[in-house]
Design a protein around this ligand. Structure first.
Ligand code: ADP
Ligand code: MG
Length: 250
């Protein structure tokens, strides 16, 4: 179980997360939806501690960290949490001067100190899994956006994270290429990968995520099954936002 309890984060005098509490069940996908600026990326970055929450509690597996304003969390605890997460970004963020397989190996060699042969074998396995067996030695610039994102997913999976965090993984892609990425994420979901993903992509949110959280102005408006959130939301604000996603806004 991944649990966020009363997470607060401010940048200057702008409180971007205003006491956010979310339970992310293991073995399933949770979608995070909300308008631009509602705090989705910041929330994801608080889970892998790229941002340090000002206050609140984060639980990831057996690790629990409570944040206190003005105090830095213990470095070792931050590392233990970070190592249990993998992150996929909207704009892929591959290393441009490394081939696909080198991108996937990188963390295994530098962070986990695997020897190169073992890391290479694991990276090839993962590239095969995301349908890129033929592109192992390709440079990122020679790959389509959908292929680059699949390399990025393989890279995030390499250290076997407990949770995969995805920040709008399909929003930089044309519909056809986005579909390739959705298919890979859906396959991971069906294998029981725990994922938390910010997305505006209805296919991802409604079809891949079991649970959806609607964030507005840094606060959770509604959490529930994706079925309920997309078809019969309880809150009028959720209904209005979902209508903008489905194109049924009047
Ligand atoms: P979303 O991903 O939902 O679009 P973000 O989490 O990126 O939202 O941003 C939420 C708010 O926090 C926005 O108003 C944004 O400008 C602000 N913000 C995000 N990161 C920073 C930062 N590093 N410094 C200052 N403001 C930030
Ligand atoms: Mg964002």
């Amino acid at each position: 179980m991944i649990q966020l309890q009363e997470i607060r984060k401010r940048f200057g005098d702008h409180e971007v997360l205003r006491s956010v509490s979310v339970d992310i069940p293991e073995g399933q996908v949770t979608a995070l939806i909300g308008p631009s600026g509602s705090g989705k990326s910041t929330l994801l970055r608080c889970v892998n501690l790229l941002e340090t929450p000002d206050s609140g509690t984060l639980t990831l597996g057996s690790e629990t960290l409570t944040f206190v304003p003005g105090r830095h969390p213990e470095r070792a605890a931050v590392q233990r949490i970070r190592q249990q997460t993998g992150m996929v970004f909207q704009n892929f963020q591959l290393f441009p001067h490394q081939s696909a397989v080198q991108n996937v190996m990188e963390g295994l060699v530098t962070v986990k100190h695997w020897d190169k042969a073992r890391a290479h074998a694991r990276a090839c396995e993962l590239l095969d899994k995301v349908g890129l067996k033929e592109k192992i030695d390709a440079w990122p610039a020679s790959l389509s956006g959908g292929q680059q994102q699949r390399v990025a997913i393989a890279r995030a999976l390499a250290p076997e994270p407990a949770v995969l965090l995805c920040d709008e993984p399909t929003s930089a892609l044309d519909p056809g290429l986005a579909a390739e990425v959705v298919a890979v994420l859906r396959a991971l979901a069906s294998e029981g990968m725990t994922m938390l993903m910010a997305t505006h992509d209805l296919r991802l949110a409604a079809q891949v995520a079991r649970q959806t959280v609607f964030l507005l102005d840094g606060a959770v408006v509604e959490t529930g099954s994706s079925q309920t959130l997309f078809n019969a939301p309880h809150d009028a604000r959720t209904r209005r936002f979902v209508a903008t996603l489905t194109g049924t806004a009047t």
